[in-house]
Write a protein that binds this ligand. Structure first.
Ligand code: E4P
Length: 220
């Protein structure tokens, strides 16, 4: 399973890449608003840090505007993926960009049918939002499971990105449900590293090593 970082923070991306566990990055207007500056410049920097797919989200809501923004983002770096919201105009823009060989990530997917439509339109990536579904008392992981089955049965040429990840359990469940990718906030990546028994184990080994070396030096 691939892991993307869901952030526009350069330091977080650098750290995740140094750990050797990050395969790409997703951004959106909310994540970009947290860092500010020029979106193009932030995207260029991220694309230099990873050869993996970097999602850049369009703001326009008409087809021509989405396609124009998509072409603009795609010209920034070869690993840019254009993020387009699920809607009628979005499907048309995905289809147009696919014809031009520009990869897209269909975002704001909340049902398997929406995912199926985006895949048919030619989206390279589908982003169902599990956390936001859980927030409204639905089972986000059901969409991942259904979509993974559909993609598998019909051998659709697309990858499922589990998005709106809120905690490490979402990542495990997404992997078991057959998602190709989970895009995760840096905090969740850190939470995945830690376990209280690991921390205790490290302390114990250190303490025992200190005891052993002290005893050895006392013996002379
Ligand atoms: C990623 O592609 C999505 O934009 C992101 O995961 C949404 O997460 P949120 O629901 O926490 O805003």
């Amino acid at each position: 399973m691939k892991l993307f970082l869901d952030t526009a923070e350069i330091d977080e991306i650098r750290t995740g890449i140094r750990w050797g566990v990050i395969d790409g990055v997703t951004t959106n207007p909310t994540l970009f608003a947290k860092v500010g500056g020029s979106y193009d410049e932030v995207l260029r920097q991220i694309c230099k840090l990873t050869p993996g797919p970097v999602s850049a989200e369009v703001i326009a809501d008409d087809v021509e505007g989405m396609v124009a923004e998509g072409r603009h983002f795609a010209a920034l770096a070869p690993n840019i993926v254009v993020k387009i919201p699920m809607c009628e105009n979005g499907l048309e823009a995905i289809s147009r960009l696919a014809e031009e060989g520009i990869r897209t990530n269909c975002t704001l997917i909340f049902s398997a049918n929406q995912g199926l439509l985006a895949a048919k339109a030619g989206a390279s990536f589908l982003s169902p939002f599990v956390g936001r579904l859980d927030d409204v008392n639905e089972e986000g992981m059901t969409v991942i499971r259904e979509l993974a089955d559909i993609v598998g049965i019909f051998e659709l040429e697309t990858e499922i990105i589990t998005a709106s990840v809120r905690h490490p359990r979402h990542v495990t469940d997404a992997a078991l449900a057959g998602a190709h990718i989970a895009t995760i906030p840096f905090k969740v990546l850190q939470q995945m590293v830690r376990h209280p028994l690991t921390d205790r184990g490290i302390e114990l080994f250190k303490a025992d090593w200190a005891k052993a070396t002290k005893a050895a030096s006392a013996k002379g």
